[in-house]
Ligand binder design. Structure first.
Ligand code: 6GU
Length: 253
């Protein structure tokens, strides 16, 4: 299989170097399951200062990314990288697991990182296929968001995460949060690991984990239960959990 291609348009390419060498993503790159290149709009400037920004028409604070270097960077990216041009911006559509999965099924993606107050709108209108935000807060630039998106897409590319089961157990895979995890020691600061996990009874353990996924989701992100597709067994469990919580009894047994 050809690697999934990431092309990143950024004036700070050095930010991506350590990420591309580290952890799960780094291994995906070494194993040629992922490939990353960066394109610096500053390389397409012609003035003595290599400036990529200018004052906004109409006045106001901050600076705006000038269109020509971005245009040239996008054209260069399109020559090497298939897939959509995605602009990372707090004004974009909030990123979801479903969108990550669908983007991971393509052959590649161009990630356009803005800085300053924004980029010239004509670049968005003419060349951007999709605008994505990673949450309702503001970053100084799109780069951390691009890294978030790259990491999330990479996990969904087959072979990048060694154990396919790890991806299937991730939070959001089935629309629910993950269950809690425990490892040695069996007692830590007087807190014991739930007894069932030491029982060796795999059926009971599986059932406990399914229940705890529902407890986690119900207590931390009840909104997810409106769209999660639950099995009849999960629906029955959820009713029991709601009952237990209503009575005030602990739900982690
Ligand atoms: Cl994608 N970019 C910036 N600059 N800020 C953000 C964001 C993106 N997502 C949330 N905040």
């Amino acid at each position: 299989m050809a690697p999934y291609r990431f092309s990143v348009i950024t004036i700070f390419p050095e930010l991506f170097k350590p990420f591309c060498k580290t952890g799960v993503f780094g291994r995906g790159v070494s194993n040629r399951l992922l490939s990353v290149s960066t394109i610096n709009p500053r390389d397409f400037t012609t003035d003595n200062y290599h400036s990529v920004d200018d004052e906004p028409f109409g006045g106001g604070s901050g600076m705006v990314f000038t269109p020509l270097p971005l245009y040239k960077a996008i054209q260069k990216s399109k020559k090497s990288t298939p897939g959509p041009v995605v602009f990372l911006t707090p004004a974009g559509t909030p990123l979801t697991h479903a969108r990550v999965v669908s983007l991971s099924k393509l052959d590649g993606i161009t990630l356009l990182c803005g800085r300053y107050e924004g980029i010239d709108q004509r670049i968005v209108d003419l060349f951007v296929d999709e605008e994505i935000s990673i949450g309702d807060y503001v970053l100084s630039g799109g780069e951390p968001a691009a890294i978030v998106l790259m990491d999330a897409i990479a996990r969904q590319c087959s072979g990048v995460v060694k154990e396919a089961a790890s991806v299937e157990n991730d939070s959001f895979f089935d629309g629910l949060l993950d269950h809690p995890h425990y490892t040695r020691p069996a007692e830590f600061n007087r807190k014991k690991v739930p007894q069932v996990l030491l029982s060796g009874d795999h059926k009971r353990i599986q059932k406990w984990r399914m229940k705890m996924k529902l407890v986690e989701t119900l207590t931390k992100r009840p909104d997810l239960l409106l769209t999660a597709r639950l099995s009849p067994e999960q629906k029955k469990m959820l009713t029991e959990i709601r009952e237990e919580l209503r009575k005030g009894s602990p739900a982690d047994k």
